[in-house]
Each structure stands twice: as C-alpha cells, then as structure tokens.
Design a protein around this ligand. Structure first.
Ligand code: SF4
Length: 458
C-alpha cells in the first residue's frame, strides 16, 4: 500500500513538470514516504533527516516532503523534531502533494494530516490521479483502504484508519484502463480483502436499499478476471477469519485468477492466536486451507508467521512447527516479533521473550518451512510452466527471471531477447527452496504495454 502511494506521489510530481533523478545531488525535492510497519522507522527517518538537513542547506530552493504512516501517527512531531522539513503530510493527503509543496514554497513549512472521515470517494481513491508505476506490465489496484481488525501487533488500523471499500465500478474501471495500456497482470490490494464490500452493503442497507448483499470480493475477482487483456489476477491479503468458500470458488472458476493464495497463519497455537486477536483457530485455518486445495488444482500457498510473540511458550511454538509442517507451505515469510509503539503487544513487555530463545525458534522454523518449500519445488522439475518475464539477470543477460502463475520465481536461460511482460513457457530443470531454474521452451505472447518515454523540458 505504501509502495503504491509512492507511485501516486511520483506520478503527481511528474505531472507537475518534475523529472526523476538518480542521485540526491541532482535533486531539488526529496520525498520520504515512511512506513512504520518497518522496524525502527522513527530512528531511520530522523537519522535520514539529519543528513538531508545538510543536503538542503547546500543549495538554495531545495525542499523536503515527508509522507506516509509515520507522519500520520506522529502528526506534529516530525515538524517539531525536524523544522527544516517543508511538508509533512499523512496517508490521506497523497492527492495534495503538489499543492502542499507549492504552498510551502510561498508560505513556509506546512503540516497537513487529514482524517479519512472528512474525505470523499475521490480523495480516498484518487484513480484519476497520475501514477508513475514502477513496472509496466503489472500493476497494483487499490480496492480498499484501512482495516477494522485489531491484531495486537499491528499498527495499520491506527495509521490507515477504518476500512473503506472502493466503489466496485471504480476498481473495474481502473483494471480496464490498465488493460488498455497493455498491462496484463493486476494485484488487487487491501488490508483485509475478504471483507471488501461490507461497508458498501451496510451503507446501502442503512439507506433503505433491499439490494442483495453485494458487492463482495468474489464478485470483484470474477469481474477483474473478465476484463479483456488481463491474463493474471492476484490479490493481497486475505484474512483467515473472513475467508469464505465463495472466494475460493471464484478463484477456481475464473481462469485469469492465479493459483496462488497468500494465507497468513501468524501462529499455530490457538492461545497465541487469541492473544494476537486473530479471530480463528489453527483448526479453522487448516479446514479452509483444505477447502482451497480441494477446489483449486495446483494451488500454491504462502504464509506469514511471527515468531516470539509476547507470552509464546515452547509448547505454543511446537504447535506452530506442527501446523507449518502439516500445511506444507510453498513459501513462508518468517518474522521475529518486534513491538510497534501504539499497539497492544508493545505494552506486553513483561511477556517479551528472550531474544536468544526467539532466534533459536526462528532457526528451527526455517528448517521446517524450507524443507516443505523444497519438496514443493522439486515436484515441479520436468514441468512446463507459464512464466511472465520480469527482466534479465544482472549477472548474465542470457538468463531471465520471471514468475509462474503460482508466484514462483524462475531463473531461465533464453537465446531470444525478452522484454519484461513477455509470456513464455519454461521447462523446469532444478529446484531450490526459494526459486526454480529452467530453460525457455516457447514465447507465448510478446509484451504489449507501451514503453515509457520520459518527457524532458527543453
Ligand atoms: S488484519 Fe490485522 S494484521 Fe492485517 S492490517 Fe488489519 S490489524 Fe493489521
């Protein structure tokens, strides 16, 4: 979400006549779009701002803009600690980037943090705003902002606000517009995509409408997959407590929706899941996972697991190991718990786990999840996979990297030059826990997106 906001900020600045440069020395404006989900975001921000103070002083007219969830959380603190910053804006101010920058040039430093309650659909979901996308053949599409859950370790609800669904037609309109420029893959983006549309339904009910409980995420998946030119639809992130069979059926019945489910487990212990306020048990998680694998052939499943949540005992951790082994994930993102100020878990200090114990658990979990990832990958040796090209390898221009529909990273050799976004088939010859290796069999579809031609003022 934060990276996509950065694309919007870049797009706005370019539309206002600016150009991207490669080094600080060449720049007149630096924007730091902060993310406080990352550890030590505050320290990194203020450390960087110390360096930027000298950068700003070295040349007349230089400007510094700070956006993102750290400024949303800290509000006036950034301006107090770093008064040389020109613009401090929150997560709901992205559409105002250029106005705020211009305001600071005329009137001096400004801090503007908007509350989502005062915004309308246009400012919440500014699809009409320019976006400078970092890739050309695939794109993120926001379907929802905020989150109504209260996971004990997570700062998102505090900095992104309540959950608000983007209007259905607006989402599909953006997907169609992207497809018309040659984008073939979209990733639908939300904090809890399974609850997409609930607030729209509630609003309709409150307005006296007796319309069916619509739209729901399953409808959105089908509609996005039906857009002409879209070959792949992905989404992040679902929540196991809200995952329903209708979404799995939509995945199974919509050819463009990829056979990949990122399904965050977080812990295999019901006691820890309860402390985390996740709203499901390990059994419920595994039952839905079984449904998913039954309904969607060749499904790959990836997950997130937090190790060392406050109060996690060795017995709790054993439950996580057992569930991870049983689930046979294709890939696992393991995280060591670290407190985020302002979350419930940050106050559970008396239950924090000794870092040496956490580190040991992390290593033990890694062995289990890499074992299952390798087994999953080895089972693909000899298969012909559809791979969309991401780009050439930095070390060898005859080796390309790409992704399968299952989101597996493939490095493959090719004598043919391939643009990013080209669809190929690749025969898999080797496997490792985190990637596959193979060779080009056939080019299925050349990349069709338009190549970006920078506009340079003379
Ligand atoms: S579902 Fe939980 S972890 Fe995900 S954004 Fe919401 S509060 Fe954070």
């Amino acid at each position: 979400m934060n990276a996509h906001d950065s694309e919007r900020i870049s797009g706005l600045l370019e539309a206002d006549g600016m150009e991207r440069v490669e080094t600080d020395d060449e720049a007149d404006v630096v924007v730091l779009n902060t993310c406080c989900i990352r550890e030590n975001a505050d320290n990194k921000l203020y450390g960087t701002l110390g360096h930027l103070r000298k950068w700003k002083a070295a040349k007349e007219g230089r400007r510094i803009v700070i956006g993102g969830c750290l400024s949303q959380k800290d509000k006036d603190v950034v301006a107090q600690k770093a008064p040389w910053v020109d613009v401090v804006m929150g997560t709901h101010n992205v559409h105002r980037t250029t106005e705020l920058l211009n305001h600071s040039i005329e009137h001096g430093p400004i801090t503007e943090i908007l509350d989502e309650a005062v915004l309308d659909d246009y400012t919440l979901f500014p699809s009409a705003l320019p976006v400078r996308r970092e890739t050309t053949y695939n794109a993120w599409v926001t379907i929802q902002i905020g989150c109504d859950n209260s996971c004990a370790y997570c700062i998102v609800p505090a900095v992104r606000g309540r959950e608000i669904s983007r209007p259905f037609a607006d989402v599909i309109g953006e997907v169609a517009q992207l497809a018309s420029t040659g984008v073939t893959e979209v990733t639908l983006l939300g904090q809890n995509v399974n609850s997409y549309g609930r607030d729209i339904t509630l609003a309709e009910r409150q307005a006296g409408s007796d319309a069916r409980v619509q739209p729901l995420f399953a409808d959105l998946l089908r509609a996005a997959g039906d857009v002409e030119g879209i070959r792949r639809v992905r989404y992040v992130s679902p929540h196991p407590k809200d995952m329903r069979v209708d979404v799995l059926e939509a995945m199974a019945n919509t050819p463009a929706v990829c056979e990949h489910l990122h399904y965050p487990l977080q812990s295999g212990s019901d006691r820890v899941l309860s402390l985390m306020h996740r709203g499901y048990t390990a059994q419920r998680y595994m039952e839905r996972l079984a449904d998913a694998r039954r309904l969607i052939p060749d499904l790959s499943v990836t997950t997130d697991i937090i190790v060392g949540f406050p109060g996690e005992t060795e017995a709790d951790f054993q439950c996580t190991l057992e569930i991870a082994a049983e689930a046979m994930f294709d890939n696992t993102f393991e995280y060591i718990f670290s407190p985020r100020e302002g979350t419930q878990a940050a106050d559970m200090t008396e239950h924090f786990i000794d870092p040496a114990i956490v580190s040991d658990r992390f290593d033990r979990l890694k062995i289990v999840v890499e074992h299952s990832a390798l087994i999953k990958h080895e089972a693909r040796i000899g298969r012909i996979e559809e791979v969309v090209v991401q780009g050439p390898s930095r070390r060898n221009p005859n080796v390309y990297s790409g992704r399968t529909r299952q989101y597996k990273l493939v490095h493959f050799s090719s004598d043919v030059a391939l643009r990013p976004g080209t669809y190929t088939t690749v025969e898999i010859s080797k496997a490792a826990p985190h990637f596959l290796t193979g060779f080009l069999v056939e080019v299925l579809q050349m990349a069709t997106h338009k190549i970006r031609i920078p506009v340079v003022s003379v």
